[in-house]
Design a protein around this ligand. Structure first.
Ligand SMILES: NC(=O)c1ccc[n+]([C@@H]2O[C@H](COP(=O)([O-])OP(=O)(O)OC[C@H]3O[C@@H](n4cnc5c(N)ncnc54)[C@H](OP(=O)(O)O)[C@@H]3O)[C@@H](O)[C@H]2O)c1
Length: 272
């Protein structure tokens, strides 16, 4: 009851009392969701899937136009969208980003740490220090920092959950993407540690490990021939779509007994 009363206090700040009581109840039910890297690919599709009845911070880095389109789709689907830009590979930008999130959402229900990517394919014998830092800053430190700063916002929610986007590359590497796989592997370990450490605060922490998913990610780093060979090597003989990953994220939000789990969604390309 204490928590509900607290939520009501926030409502009195921003709710338009000219709207109906039904709208007010919907406002109370809406989950406050932060999705990083929501401008394109998996983050965009996840935003669209979670839109009905929810309020979403659509984070983007450089793709402002696509992020605006995602925000418009959220509103069309009956949700509410806020756009925030930040380079999450930088510590001070993570701080600014979460401070801006906190102004919009004093209580956060869901944090989807999705921003990331394979900067370029680089063989192990050509790795240099700056590239190692750059890769881990984008894929690992960004999520660790944003998560750390969001804990005080999440712990005030009823069933708070964090979902981290890892990768099949952490399972068995990927062609010239060993460093990227390692950065996601660290994130997977972080997920389980955070799940244990944050359980007393009732914060659940899970991960999704996508296989090969057709998004702008591969437009930059995989040739059409490589995409074809991924398909042929996958037992289901096809690559995945962003919606396959969005469905896993939605499931992890809804299932309140899941924490410390990594859900592999890869058409059978990796099986334990
Ligand atoms: N597609 C796959 O096959 C696959 C497989 C395994 C894991 N994943 C993971 O899934 C996640 C989403 O990837 P995707 O496939 O949807 O690719 P994507 O369409 O390229 O999306 C990447 C997102 O990350 C954001 N981003 C890039 N650099 C950033 C930075 N410095 N600071 C903040 N945000 C930044 C991008 O923002 P802007 O566009 O606005 O710059 C974009 O929204 C990534 O973590 C990726 O590693 C993808």
């Amino acid at each position: 009851m204490g928590r509900q009363a607290c939520t009501l206090q926030f409502c009195t700040i921003s709710y338009n009392w000219n709207d109906s009581i039904t709208t007010f109840l919907e406002f109370l039910m809406a989950k406050k969701i932060i999705i990083t890297g929501a401008s394109t690919g998996i983050g965009a599709e996840t935003s669209r899937m979670l839109a009905p009845g929810n309020e979403i911070i659509v984070h983007y880095y450089s793709s402002k136009g696509p992020a605006e389109a995602v925000a418009a789709d959220i509103e069309k689907a009956g949700g509410k969208a806020h756009l925030l830009q930040a380079d999450l590979s930088k510590s001070d930008e993570c701080e600014r980003f979460v401070a801006e999130c906190a102004k919009l959402f004093p209580v956060v229900d869901v944090l989807v740490n999705n921003a990331g990517g394979l900067i370029r394919r680089q063989p192990i014998n050509e790795l240099d220090w700056d590239f190692m830092i750059e890769t881990f800053a984008l894929n690992t430190f960004s999520t660790m920092k944003v998560t750390s700063l969001c804990v005080p916002l999440l712990e005030k929610a009823e069933d708070p959950v964090i979902i981290n986007m890892t990768s099949i590359a952490m399972r068995h590497g990927a062609p010239s993407a060993t460093l990227y796989g390692a950065s996601k592997g660290a994130l997977d370990t972080f997920t389980r540690g955070a799940a244990t450490e944050l359980a007393p605060k009732k914060i659940r922490v899970n991960a999704v490990a996508p296989g090969v998913i057709e998004t702008p990610f591969h437009e930059k780093v995989s040739t059409p021939e490589k995409m074809k060979s991924f398909k042929e090597n996958t037992p289901l003989k096809r690559n995945g779509r962003a919606r396959h990953i969005a469905q896993a994220v939605k499931y992890l939000i809804e299932n309140d007994f899941m924490t410390g789990a990594t859900v592999d969604v890869n058409g059978g390309l990796f099986m334990y």
